[in-house]
Design a protein around this ligand. Structure first.
Ligand SMILES: [Zn+2]
Length: 389
């Protein structure tokens, strides 16, 4: 018998970690990383230059996909920059955050006002809790909602479905527009705020419509459409790993409901340290420049709770496991009945009432990854496999 979310007794609230960690972090970790604001004009100039070159036909055909790739990477860079800026990690003034946020989210026409509500307020306070707008469905929700079934079975990574790659190349666009449409009904935004959010998105659309009109259809495909898909794939590769392998929790315990992913240093730089996601959920307003210091403290203090693995490994697990929560710590593929444990702290029996699961050599046990962080290999292996129905 398992509850639908992990109970409070075994969880530590975000504030509990913050209280312990804060005294060990240097004061500069709590100041905005203002120099990162300079990345915005650099990315914008790079994108503008590439678009002008495309519009004038300066780029030979064989090189066009490469240019789209570079623009896409710059789009993703701007998106990560916006995320950090709107949390207050780069500038502190409300207007400066908003302007930087709008520019950075232009590749996705995403309103910073909507983002502040959807992500900054609601998601961060409720990551993998019942009210998280970004979480995957429970089994009951999957059974009740045709939309949940369609989204899970058609677009989501899991069940070894390769078409789940669609959530990588369209996911951020679809989720952004869904949140824009649903923001009022879900109570994220007032009527006035909702109108302003739509206006911010419309202003972004106007920018890209002007670019399309000036440069022509085919150059626009290479200047915006393909880069937009590339940027989706980059940001979604991280976003999907943030919480989708983690348990549902009753209170916001970032060490349990979030996962950090590791990448080679150059990718870490280009993605502004977005992989440090546990650290981000502990200190959302802190620039990820300081996240490695938080990680060091976490690995020393809570080695059994802190969850980290390489990005590629996390994506592989997303592909091989399932996206529906049977209970707080069990993912199920409703079509096949295959079940998988979520990531769990590595203390035997602390969070998972199923005795013998942790450290059981049959099921996987533990190993140490290159960070020296113990990884529970239970995840990704079917714990029960039975016929559907
Ligand atoms: Zn965030």
């Amino acid at each position: 018998m398992h509850d639908s979310t992990l109970d409070c007794a075994s969880l530590i609230p975000q504030a509990g970690y913050v209280r312990v960690l804060r005294p060990d972090l240097p004061p500069e970790a709590f100041s905005p990383s203002r120099s990162r604001a300079a990345l915005a004009p650099i990315y914008v100039a790079l994108i503008a230059l590439a678009i002008v070159a495309l519009a004038h036909g300066w780029i030979p055909w064989p090189v066009l996909p490469l240019v789209s790739l570079v623009i896409g990477a710059a789009f993703a860079g701007l998106t990560f920059l916006s995320h950090e800026a709107l949390h207050g990690g780069i500038v502190r003034g409300k207007r400066a955050k908003h302007v930087l946020g709008w520019i950075g989210f232009l590749p996705f026409l995403l309103s910073p006002r909507l983002w502040n509500a959807w992500h900054g307020r609601v998601h961060h306070a409720n990551a993998n809790l019942v009210d998280d707008p970004d979480r995957y469905p429970t089994l009951a929700e999957y059974r009740e909602s045709a939309r949940a079934r369609f989204a899970t079975d058609t677009f989501s990574l899991g069940g070894r479905r390769w078409r789940g790659g669609l959530s990588l190349i369209f996911g951020f666009t679809v989720q952004s527009f869904h949140q824009l449409i649903a923001a009022r009904a879900q109570g994220f935004l007032s009527r006035r705020e909702h109108r302003l959010a739509i206006a911010e998105t419309a202003a972004g659309a106007l920018v890209w419509a002007t670019v399309a009109a000036l440069c022509g259809l085919v150059p626009f495909v290479f200047a915006f459409v393909i880069p937009h898909l590339v940027a989706n794939a980059i940001v979604m590769a991280f976003i999907l790993t943030n919480h989708s392998l983690s348990p549902r929790t009753e209170i916001n315990d970032p060490l349990v409901n979030s996962l950090s992913v590791t990448t080679p240093r150059w990718i870490e730089r280009l993605t502004l340290g977005f992989g440090y996601h546990v650290e981000h959920h502990l200190f959302p307003a802190m620039s990820s420049r300081h996240a490695p210091k938080v990680r060091d403290l976490l690995v020393r203090r809570w080695p059994e709770r802190y969850q980290a693995m390489p990005l590629v490994a996390a994506l592989g697990l997303l592909h091989r496991t399932a996206r529906v929560y049977k209970d707080a710590t069990t993912l199920v593929d409703p079509r096949t009945g295959a079940e998988f444990s979520t990531l769990l702290p590595r203390e035997r029996g602390v969070l998972d009432p199923r005795a013998g699961r942790h450290g059981d050599p049959e099921l996987g046990g533990e190993h140490v990854d290159e960070l020296g962080v113990r990884v529970d290999r239970v995840l990704g292996r079917p714990t029960v496999a039975r016929a559907a129905g």
